[in-house]
Design a binder for this molecule. Structure first.
Ligand SMILES: Cc1cc2nc3c(=O)[nH]c(=O)nc-3n(C[C@H](O)[C@H](O)[C@H](O)COP(=O)(O)OP(=O)(O)OC[C@H]3O[C@@H](n4cnc5c(N)ncnc54)[C@H](O)[C@@H]3O)c2cc1C
Length: 257
């Protein structure tokens, strides 16, 4: 069945490696009959900074509470037009691909700013005005797939299980788990092209072939098995039950074996 795919990407150069992977996705998904929509953040001159200008109709002119103003602006339809347009694209999407170069082990600021501004209270957190009742597997973006697709300067070795940087998927946990699984998205394993600092034409071609085959299975691939808040592993909605991942602490305890 044909689906809607939103690609949010962050690179200003149309010849960049990042942009080439966007082009491969547009072509591959288009050939499969999917509808592809792009959010070219640099091209749109996206405002990265979440600030007072995001709330044209403040409820409290004295003090700026982002959470309260975000909830009010979202629920009363008084957000800025750029944010509303992105939310519409997001809500229409069956899958969202985030294509970006790894910068300081995270997203470029312009993409972080897209999340800060678009993921409003009432949509991505505080869903249905019920605090944390809906999060980690449940929420306003439930049913949508999310996938990170990255270009990475360092070699794969540096991101291997004992590599000096730490494993990439663990470094990205705040994004995959804390940002996209949090509002209910189904998050797929990250696609990464390593060693972009010294990449050859042949390696680029191999990476594009690998990217095409990931895209072919965008709607079939098994997600990262994050534990759901409301799936029984967190009886008080805060901490893992003692018998779940017994004795294990840290990030990996939140991923089923
Ligand atoms: C602020 C900042 C922070 C960073 N932080 C990190 C970090 O935390 N960890 C890390 O590992 N890296 C880091 N890097 C490196 C970064 O991840 C890479 O610069 C990025 O992945 C390159 O992607 P790009 O799309 O900008 O590539 P481009 O700069 O467009 O291309 C990369 C190279 O590939 C070549 N190339 C492009 N297309 C082709 C082609 N078709 N055939 C052959 N060669 C081609 C280009 O000539 C260039 O040499 C950082 C870089 C910056 C600027």
């Amino acid at each position: 069945m044909n689906k809607n795919v939103l690609i949010v990407y962050a690179h200003p150069d149309p010849r960049s490696l990042t942009r080439q992977f966007v082009d491969v996705a547009v072509q591959t998904l288009g050939n499969k009959g999917h509808e592809v929509i792009l959010s070219d953040l640099y091209g749109m001159d996206w405002k990265a900074v979440f600030d007072e200008h995001d709330f044209p109709a403040r409820t409290d002119p004295e003090r700026l509470s982002f959470v309260a103003e975000s909830g009010n602006a979202y629920s009363t339809g008084r957000q800025t037009p750029d944010v509303m347009a992105e939310q519409q694209k997001l809500l229409a999407a069956d899958a969202v691909i985030f294509q970006f170069p790894l910068w300081w082990f995270g997203m470029p600021a312009i993409l972080k700013g897209w999340v800060d501004r678009v993921f409003a209270y009432g949509l991505a957190y505080g869903y249905k005005g019920e605090g944390n009742r809906y999060r980690y597997g449940d929420g306003g973006l439930k049913g949508k797939r999310a996938m990170l697709s990255l270009t990475v300067g360092g070699p794969a070795q540096d991101y291997s299980p004992r590599g000096i940087n730490g494993p990439l998927e663990q470094l990205l946990f705040p994004i995959t788990h804390g940002t996209f699984f949090f509002p209910g998205m189904t998050v797929l394993p990250t696609f990464a092209v390593y060693g972009t600092g010294r990449i050859t034409e042949e390696e680029v071609e191999r990476a594009k072939t690998a990217w095409r085959s990931r895209l072919e299975r965008l709607f079939e691939e098994e997600p990262i098995p994050f534990r759901h808040q409301n799936g029984g592993d967190y009886p008080d909605s805060h901490m893992l039950a003692d018998h779940v991942a017994a004795g294990q602490t840290g990030i990996m305890a939140h991923i089923k074996e």
